[in-house]
Design a protein around this ligand. Structure first.
Ligand SMILES: CC(C)(COP(=O)(O)OP(=O)(O)OC[C@H]1O[C@@H](n2cnc3c(N)ncnc32)[C@H](O)[C@@H]1OP(=O)(O)O)[C@@H](O)C(=O)NCCC(=O)NCCS
Length: 261
């Protein structure tokens, strides 16, 4: 058994292992391939006799970092591989103050054993067939908005998520005053950041059927809106190791993925 960074040829089998573990259909590009191709993250695979039997990824956002995509194939579970992958992905973050993650019910005991503490939940919804409401005029995000969008994201999350934000500006939409922005990552998701009024407009205007949308439970207004727009599925727990990040959950109206909020 060897744990190592994924090579080009590992991406498809690694995504297949993750798809099975998370009951999703993952195809590149995903949040994991974005992270793997960047200088600030890694996608690790566990290989046994030529087969990929586990995965884990991590990405650094300044003084904080996220851990995600931790999976082990069913036949290899229960013998410490999940823990080894998690430790390797954390080690890849190097000298970092705070490690964050969104834990599934299966993953949570593993992270607790490694010193992570629960700090709240993200509620997760599958959007229904609601027709988007075009209530207020929206505008495209332009190159000139780049610094303002990065600042908006930093103020909401307390992190420097430039890697993800800059990969999601093409096709991004904002309220005219840029009080809220809906980003467009190269995978299917609707990350929305900003003030509640603008974010509500963006979410109701841009939501499409069959999207998986996750919002911090502390953002009561977003949870209430998504209860009207979708069907709730199992929540995840935001866990932390290290000092709290000064984030503002009421400004987070959609996650990039269940890798980082
Ligand atoms: C979560 C997952 C990666 C764990 O993989 P694994 O190889 O079985 O994990 P390990 O054998 O390393 O177990 C890690 C620790 O958690 C403990 N643990 C695992 N499952 C547990 C459970 N259901 N209840 C209590 N403890 C549990 C183990 O005893 C072990 O503790 P120890 O190191 O002190 O003995 C695997 O179950 C999986 O792929 N699940 C589906 C995908 C998923 O939910 N991933 C987590 C996303 S956040």
């Amino acid at each position: 058994m060897v744990i190592r960074p994924a090579l080009e040829g590992d991406i498809t089998p690694a995504l297949a292992v993750m798809s099975q573990a998370f009951d999703l259909h993952l195809r590149a590009p995903t949040v994991h391939t974005l992270v793997a191709a960047s200088g600030s993250g890694v996608l690790l695979v566990a290989e046994d006799a030529g087969e990929i039997v586990g995965t884990a990824a991590s990405v650094g956002f300044g003084s904080s970092g996220w851990l995600g995509g931790v999976t082990v194939v069913p036949g290899a579970r229960g013998s410490g591989l999940g823990r080894a992958l998690t430790e390797a992905a954390i080690a890849a973050l190097g000298d970092i103050e705070t490690v964050l993650l969104l834990a599934s019910t299966m993953g949570r005991p593993l992270y607790e054993r490694l010193g992570f503490e629960a700090e709240g939940r993200y509620r997760v919804f599958m959007s229904g067939s609601t027709k988007p409401e075009k209530t207020v005029e929206l505008r495209d995000v332009r190159e000139a908005d780049r610094d303002a969008v990065l600042a908006l994201d930093r103020a909401a999350t307390g992190e420097d998520r430039s890697l993800a934000v800059l990969a999601s500006l093409d096709g991004a939409v904002a309220t005219p005053d840029l009080s809220a922005v809906a980003l467009r990552p190269p995978w299917r998701a609707l990350p929305i950041i900003g003030d509640p009024a603008g974010a509500t407009t963006l979410l109701t205007s841009l939501i499409e059927p069959g999207m998986r949308l996750a919002v911090p439970e502390e953002n009561r207004a977003a949870v209430n809106l998504l209860r009207l727009l979708g069907r709730e599925i199992e929540p995840v727990t935001r866990m932390r190791r290290g000092p709290a990040v000064p984030w503002r959950p009421e400004q987070v109206w959609g996650a990039f993925s269940l890798f980082f909020g």
